[in-house]
Design a protein around this ligand. Sequence first.
Ligand SMILES: Cc1cc2nc3c(=O)[nH]c(=O)nc-3n(C[C@H](O)[C@H](O)[C@H](O)COP(=O)(O)OP(=O)(O)OC[C@H]3O[C@@H](n4cnc5c(N)ncnc54)[C@H](O)[C@@H]3O)c2cc1C
Length: 231
Amino acid sequence: MSDNKPVVNLISKPENMLKTVYTACRTCYSADYPINIYNSTDDESKMLTLIERVISSGHFSTIEHIQVSFAISNVSRACTHQLVRHRHMSFSQKSQRYVKEKGQFDYIIPPTIEKNPELKDKFEKFMSEISSIYSEFTEAGIPAEDARFVLPNAAASSMVASLNLREMIHLANLRLCTRAQYEIRILVKKMCDELLKEEPWLKSYLVPKCERLGFCDEDKSCGRMPVRGNS
Ligand SMILES: Cc1cc2nc3c(=O)[nH]c(=O)nc-3n(C[C@H](O)[C@H](O)[C@H](O)COP(=O)(O)OP(=O)(O)OC[C@H]3O[C@@H](n4cnc5c(N)ncnc54)[C@H](O)[C@@H]3O)c2cc1C
C-alpha cells in the first residue's frame, strides 16, 4: 500500500483556458465575432477583470466551456461515494465486479485510527480477516461482484474523473470547507493544486465557499469567517 493519501494527476485540460473563458464572456457583450475576440486578446489583467465581473454576477455558463480530467487513486470507497454525488462530474471507476482482489486488498486508514497504535492494529487485523473471507468466497466460485459485498468502505479505489470549470469551482467551494470529510478535502485540494500549477489565475476561485461569500453559511462554523447574519 502507498502512503494512505489520495494520488491525483491532472491528465487533460484545454490549451488557452483563460482566453477561452474570456472569449465566452466578451462575446456576450460584443458586436465582434468570437474568433476575432479570441485572436486579438492577450492582455491577462483585462481578461481577468472581465472574467471576475461576469462570474461574480452569476453568469456561470461562460465557465462551462472548459473540461478537465484527473487520474485519481489511493482513495477509499467512502471518499469516492461522496465524490460521485456531484452530478455534473463524469466518472470511470475501477470495478469491484470485473477486478477481482488478489491477496490483501489495498485500504485507507483514517489518520484518527492511524495515530492510535492499538486501534490501528485492530483495524489492520480486521482488514486481513475480511481479505481472507473474500478470498474464501472467490475461491469457492462466488463471483467477484458478490464477494465484494464483504469489502469495507476503507477499500481503496481508482477513477478517472472529469468536470467542467463551473463544477470544479463548485466542488472546491463545498469540499475545501473544513466541514467536509478529511479525505475528500485532501483529494479536492490536490485536484485544485494540480490545476493551479497550470492555471494560477484560478487561485481566487478554487477556495472554500466562505472565501467567495465573505461569510460562513454552515450551521456549525469552524470560525475562520464570520457566520452569516452575525454582526
Ligand atoms: C459538508 C457536507 C456534508 C454533507 N452531508 C451529507 C449527508 O449527510 N447526506 C447526504 O446525503 N449528502 C451529504 N452531502 C452531499 C450533498 O448533499 C450534495 O449531494 C453534494 O455535496 C453535491 O453537491 P450539489 O448537489 O450542490 O452539487 P452537484 O451535484 O455537483 O451539482 C452542482 C449544482 O447543480 C445544481 N443541480 C444539480 N442537480 C440538480 C437538480 N437535480 N435540481 C436542481 N439543481 C441541480 C445545483 O445548483 C447544485 O448545487 C454533504 C456534502 C457536504 C459538502
